[in-house]
Design a protein around this ligand. Structure first.
Ligand SMILES: O=C(O)CCC(=O)C(=O)O
Length: 449
């Protein structure tokens, strides 16, 4: 993921590098201030305020021609987001998002772990099967959908090598019964982080969940919103428990990392129709998981080795205390207007419905598109099949020196190797992890003085 708004890049930046905007303190005390008027007996004032607000909104909608999102943005801004900051933020983001093609800063990356090619060749001939290795461009097939997939076949054929959607492991998850009403009634006042896209500009916001849900069905191809919050479920263990383990994820070597630097592993993703992720590789090049609870996602997943076609900006960092390099492309594979920017790419496609979970191997750039309002949770895996790739990314991040490892490191089992690495993380990095987590929680969830 992104990772999205990451645990450690503070609440001001999401996994996709989007700046988040902080709202002022009095929002925390409950219902947004506009709503407080409704219980009041000052009916005349209420009507006046409502009339003025309605006229203001109507004029703004007319001017911007962004029917839905504009209402949303104005609503959010009325609720104390500092307008100046929003504008600055938008300008900064549009500079990042626009005009990057032909930029001499954009060069080919070499993010692949050395042994990834051999990994792929072990993948049961998947490349040959899909003729992805030939001259063919564009879509070279669909991601396999499997049920009753044995652990052995998962490990041999897919895990760490090739994407797969498993369709029969989520029916026992309590989360499959989650609804918008349930979240609105029980958690409506809790704040979430989300991205808006309008006028080709992405901006980040932190808003009460209720506000996001009230606008869930309002979007267009050029204006959408995407709740991407990796802290929310972790902060609500009773919800986190509704997301069960699958047999494929049982070996979890991330658990060997000290909690201060262990990535959060259950991100809430809730997008309006047309919302989408960036085109990216996940942090530490881990294996990503994404489980759809309701709605429908489309995916494009790129076999490794196409970085030179992806306009990936070099030098980007995840911003985690245990640093890593960030691989984000500025291409939007779901934007019809950008089609002639990626005619050379080869990719697999996938359609993912409720109750289906996708596994995305290391090294595969991927982008998801929510066709309709879609609720999902994402996570990650480090196991025997990819730990060496993840460790490689940790070393590349620079917070830990390879030379600090014992001589017999290469002979260690996966568990021993990850534990040896974890034991060498400096006190400073650990303290930084604790500090940033506390800061992020404080700023997102606690009332400000
Ligand atoms: O569902 C999505 O938006 C994609 C999320 C994703 O790619 C990720 O978490 O790495």
């Amino acid at each position: 993921m992104t990772r999205k708004r990451s645990k450690w890049s503070s609440q001001f930046q999401d996994k996709n590098g989007v700046q988040l905007v902080e709202e002022s303190a009095d929002k925390y005390n409950g219902v947004p201030s506009m709503c407080l008027f409704f219980g009041s007996h000052y009916k005349f004032h209420v009507l006046t305020v409502l009339a003025v607000a309605a006229i203001g909104i109507a004029v703004a909608v007319f001017i911007t021609n962004f029917k839905i999102l504009s209402i949303f943005k104005i609503y959010v801004q009325l609720n104390h987001i500092d307008d100046g900051f929003v504008k600055e933020d938008a300008i900064k983001m549009s500079q990042v998002l626009q005009g990057t093609s032909g930029d001499s800063n954009i060069v080919q990356l070499s993010h692949k772990a050395e042994n990834q090619e051999s990994f792929l060749s072990q993948g049961g001939g998947n490349f040959q099967k899909l003729s992805c290795s030939g001259k063919q461009k564009g879509s070279c097939g669909k991601v396999d959908k499997r049920q009753k997939l044995s652990l052995q076949e998962f490990h041999n054929r897919y895990d760490g090598k090739w994407p797969v959607i498993v369709t029969d492991v989520m029916s026992s998850w309590p989360a499959i019964n989650w609804t918008a009403d349930f979240f609105k009634n029980k958690y409506g006042k809790r704040r979430v982080t989300m991205t808006t896209f309008a006028n080709s500009v992405k901006s980040g916001f932190s808003v009460p969940l209720k506000i996001f849900l009230e606008h869930l069905h309002m979007s267009s191809p050029r204006a959408w919103t995407y709740l991407q919050d990796e802290m929310f479920l972790i902060q609500h263990p009773e919800l986190r428990e509704d997301v069960l383990q699958t047999v494929y994820m049982e070996e979890d070597l991330f658990k060997l990392l000290p909690s201060a630097v262990r990535p959060w592993d259950c991100m809430l993703l809730w997008g309006t129709a047309h919302s989408r992720s960036s085109l990216h590789i996940d942090p530490y090049n881990w294996t990503g998981t994404n489980a759809v609870i309701s709605g429908h996602k489309l995916w494009k997943l790129l076999p490794p080795g196409q970085d030179n076609l992806l306009s990936v900006r070099p030098g980007m960092r995840c911003g985690f205390p245990l640093e890593c390099v960030k691989y984000n492309s500025d291409l939007d594979l779901f934007d019809p207007a950008q089609q002639d920017r990626h005619t050379q790419l080869k990719f697999l496609e996938a359609e993912q419905g409720p109750g289906e979970i996708i596994f995305i191997p290391p090294g595969w750039f991927h982008q998801a598109y929510n066709e309709v309002p879609t609720l999902a949770v994402s996570g990650q895996m480090m196991n025997s099949n990819n730990y060496h790739i993840v460790l490689e990314e940790i070393f590349k991040g620079g917070s830990l020196k390879r030379s600090s490892l014992p001589e017999n490191f290469g002979l260690m089992t996966p568990r021993e190797a990850v534990a040896a690495m974890a034991a060498r993380i400096s006190q400073h990095v650990l303290e930084e992890g604790v500090r940033r987590t506390e800061e992020a929680i404080q700023q997102l969830y606690m009332p400000q003085p």
